[in-house]
Design a protein around this ligand. Structure first.
Ligand code: GBH
Length: 485
């Protein structure tokens, strides 16, 4: 099918990368002196993940990382975003380091650097050492201090090999999915704990940033990656729906943006959640500890939300967007907010496809934080890939998804946002948390029986984008996506 094409050209300095996370790809859960993490415990608890899938083997990246670097090189990746498994390098979460774990990452980083690939390293992508969870996890303030010491140790051990340190990946997920909805480890459903955890994650970010700079100097580049929610009112004319979207913005976004970038929690947020907690977990001086220079803000973007405000006493309607409101919802204090079931073209996660949400997010951040450097640290899609008779994976839907989101990035840059790079999620099909291995986000297919990697069409396409700096965007909306309900 021929279709009109828009051509987008990216600046030469734009960084092209791909991302993964330790628990999702490494496997070797009981090797090399690795300690247990909350995801080992959670995934081994019956009923927590689809089909009881665990990260025990995953992509076996722990043993195959050399092959995986070759793959990255073949695709021409300029940068690779990975995460360090805290329990691999410091099994109990405090105290002595595990030399074998540190050596694994040192070799991996050296391999990347030799291959001309810049590592972007995240210190925490959800695999908390189990021992720290036994002491309360992120609901315990001590975890923030332990995290800072772990960050300090990593800066010492690996600092000369890493250009940009990222403290946390998506603290929203850790706090709300881990402690409010319970769909992520440790699987708690306590709204007060979730807000407490959010604060301790903010504190952990601030303390770790300071620790890294104490070791590597004040110029050391530090970032954090947030999954910010682009939320739209179901009826843009409705003041009630607008108010619902505003409250989602407070509970979902400003609980992190506020302390980290503005130096305070919005008063509206503390008022809104007053019935859940008195916020006494915020101690004097905390906000100064949290607000540290952020050199680049990592933005993970997949989809948008549509919300409406329920009338008093009204029950939420048919679909509630995969998370719903009320008990078991990640949306603390938003019992009267209904998340609409997404319509139109969806990915295999059931998420709608709305590239302009990414444009909106990047330009809004640029406006609010006056030229703050931004990096799209995750964007991508799961689809039900099919292997053709020729052995190839013709994932036009994924190519279109990525192309259209890159179009949004290009537009944001054109309109003044300082977006420095893009990391497609993910390099490899991998352990998709509660969904186990049933959802495939990779631009490279992984056969979980043989561990054979096969680049999908999207990988070849992305390699061309990297080589040329040019994206051909299909002008037809939503091409190749699966139709939703
Ligand atoms: C990221 O999480 C993770 O960093 C990564 O590890 C993961 O594999 C990847 O994305 C793909 O999931 O709850 O229906 O309203 C993203 C998690 C996805 C959580 C979007 C909030 C909103 C959709 N976020 N989700 S819904």
């Amino acid at each position: 099918m021929t279709q009109p094409i828009i051509e987008r050209r990216f600046p030469d300095s734009f960084v092209w990368g791909s991302a993964t996370a330790s628990y999702q790809i490494e496997g070797a859960a009981n090797e090399g002196g690795r300690g247990r993490s909350i995801w080992d415990t959670f995934s081994h608890t019956p009923g927590k993940t689809l089909n009881g899938d665990t990260g025990d083997v995953a992509d076996d990246h722990y043993h195959r990382w050399r092959e995986d670097i070759s793959l990255m090189q073949e695709l021409g990746l300029q940068s690779y975003r990975l995460s360090i498994a805290w329990p691999r390098v410091q099994p109990g979460g405090t105290g002595v380091l595990n030399a074998e774990g540190v050596t694994f990452y040192r070799d991996l980083l050296d391999g990347l650097i030799e291959a001309g690939i810049d590592p972007v390293v995240t210190l925490y992508h959800w695999d908390l050492p189990q021992e720290l969870q036994d002491a309360g996890g992120w609901a315990n303030r001590e975890t923030a201090y332990a995290f800072a010491e772990y960050a300090r140790a990593m800066a010492r051990e690996l600092g000369d090999r890493v250009k940009v340190w990222t403290t946390l990946n998506e603290p929203w997920c850790t706090a709300y999915l881990g402690y409010a909805s319970g769909v992520h480890a440790p699987g708690h459903t306590d709204p007060a704990e979730a807000l407490t955890a959010a604060h301790h994650l903010n504190l952990a970010h601030g303390l770790a940033t300071t620790a890294v700079r104490e070791v590597l100097g004040q110029d050391a580049q530090v970032s954090i990656t947030l999954n910010l929610h682009v939320t739209r009112p179901a009826d843009p004319e409705s003041a009630a729906d607008l108010d619902a979207a505003h409250r989602v913005d407070l509970v979902g976004n400003h609980i992190f943006l506020g302390p980290i970038l503005d130096g305070s929690y919005p008063m509206e947020l503390t008022e809104l959640t007053r019935h859940v907690t008195d916020w006494s977990f915020v101690r004097e001086g905390d906000l100064n500890l949290i607000r540290q220079r952020v050199d680049v803000l990592g933005v993970n973007y997949y989809s948008t939300n549509y919300v409406r405000q329920l009338a008093p006493g009204e029950a939420p309607g048919g679909g509630s967007g995969g998370h719903g409101s009320g008990a078991g919802s990640p949306w603390v204090s938003l019992d009267d907010v209904e998340f609409l079931a997404p319509t139109g073209p969806l990915t295999a996660m059931g998420w709608n496809i709305e590239p302009d949400g990414l444009y909106e997010l990047l330009t809004a951040l640029d406006n609010a934080y006056d030229g703050l450097p931004l990096m799209v640290t995750e964007n991508g899609a799961a689809f039900d890939d099919e292997v053709s008779d020729d052995g190839k994976i013709h994932d036009t839907n994924r190519i279109n998804y990525v192309a259209r989101h890159l179009d949004a990035v290009a537009q944001a840059i054109e309109d003044g946002a300082d977006v420095r790079g893009y990391f497609v999620w993910s390099l490899l099909d991998n352990f998709e948390w509660a969904w186990g291995y049933t959802r495939r986000f990779g631009i490279v297919r992984v056969d979980y029986d043989t561990q054979v990697r096969t680049p999908k069409d999207s990988a070849r396409w992305y390699a061309d984008v990297i080589r040329t700096g040019i994206v051909n965007v299909p002008a037809t909306a939503n091409v190749g996506a699966t139709e939703g309900v």
